[in-house]
Design a protein around this ligand. Structure first.
Ligand SMILES: O=C(O)C(=O)C[C@]1(C(=O)O)C=C[C@@H](O)C=C1
Length: 312
């Protein structure tokens, strides 16, 4: 009898109309599963950890405003989760209000803090003297405007349509061309197969030693592995204790990446592997140097085995 698998349940930062939902729609075909909005990044990750969702799509970083702390910390702490995909989404913002509202009528405006940061200058020009309020997402701000709780929202054009708002001002981003990188995270399980153009993410806690960060970077450098992102986050244990969240080129199944991670496991206080997944930013990993290929690593271990066997 054919086994029918239940559809994958994808959680995302909701409500409907977020950039996260658009990114999920762009990356996952409708027949691949169902979509369930979560009220926050933490809630989306918690749904996966509790088994109420099979995967969650959450924002990781934005080309203008940088990393999303809720995602960084949500992946670094708690039960382990694995990134299985990355998804890039252009983000553009509108100022939306209930039909009939004029710009001069607006007394309150809200959005996700990342969206407010990307539109801060324009909002000051358009709404002088009004302090923008944070919302859990751009679409949540739009929903609150539709419910009459706020006058205006900075949101995606799709959220304005979804909540039947009028666009008061189109394109309110301070910088055009912004892109947000989302990641799809799932419970621990088989890793995506290496494609030859992959990324690996991890969080490393380095000890309080002189040169500890240099040591960490050196493990990548000596194996010819390029980093695509690195940032520090407080471990929240005490002032001055940091973890490093980073992405590098390559798959943990590649000899050079596997060896680098094993070395970090030796030299760092803690290493959390966050996944290896296909690179999706349209760029190619840097060519692997001759001395860092899988073949070069295999040949070196064959040589070492011979040496150890007394046959140099
Ligand atoms: O609020 C949303 O629509 C989101 O998907 C979140 C988010 C973010 O966290 O950065 C995504 C893209 C934009 O940069 C603004 C907000």
């Amino acid at each position: 009898m054919p086994v029918t698998r239940p559809p994958t349940r994808f959680a995302y930062l909701g409500p409907e109309g977020t950039f996260a939902e658009s990114a999920l729609v762009s990356a996952v075909a409708a027949e691949e599963g169902t979509r369930q909005p979560a009220p926050s990044v933490a809630a989306a990750l918690a749904a996966v950890r509790a088994g109420d969702a099979d995967a969650a799509l959450v924002p990781m970083e934005n080309s203008v405003e940088g990393s999303v702390p809720a995602t960084m910390d949500g992946l670094a702490d708690g039960d382990p989760l694995l990134i299985t995909r990355e998804v890039f989404m252009p983000v553009g913002f509108v100022l939306a209000a209930r039909p009939g509202t004029q710009l001069a009528d607006v007394r309150s405006v809200a959005s996700h803090p990342h969206a407010l940061a990307q539109t801060a200058r324009r909002l000051t020009e358009l709404l002088p003297g009004i302090v923008p309020l944070p919302a859990t997402s751009t679409a949540e701000a739009a929903r609150q405007v539709a419910a009459g709780e706020l006058d205006a929202a900075v949101c995606a054009p799709i959220a304005a349509r979804r909540y039947r708002l009028d666009v008061l001002v189109d394109e309110v981003a301070d910088r055009s061309g912004a892109v947000t990188r989302f990641v799809l995270v799932a419970p621990p399980g088989p890793l995506p197969e290496p494609t030859g153009n992959d990324k690996t993410s991890l969080v490393a806690v380095v000890g309080d030693r002189t040169g500890a960060l240099l040591e960490l970077l050196g493990e990548f450098g000596v194996r010819g592995i390029s980093l695509t992102r690195i940032e520090s986050r407080p471990t929240r244990e005490r002032l001055g204790a940091y973890s490093f969240s980073l992405d590098c080129e390559g798959h943990v199944g590649d000899a050079r990446v596997g060896e680098a991670l094993a070395a970090l496991h030796r030299v760092c206080d803690d290493v959390r592997f966050l996944g290896s997944y296909p690179r999706a930013d349209g760029r190619e990993n840097k060519p692997v140097t001759d001395v860092s290929t899988d073949a070069a690593f295999a040949e070196a271990s064959t040589w070492l085995a011979r040496v150890r066997a007394g046959r140099p």
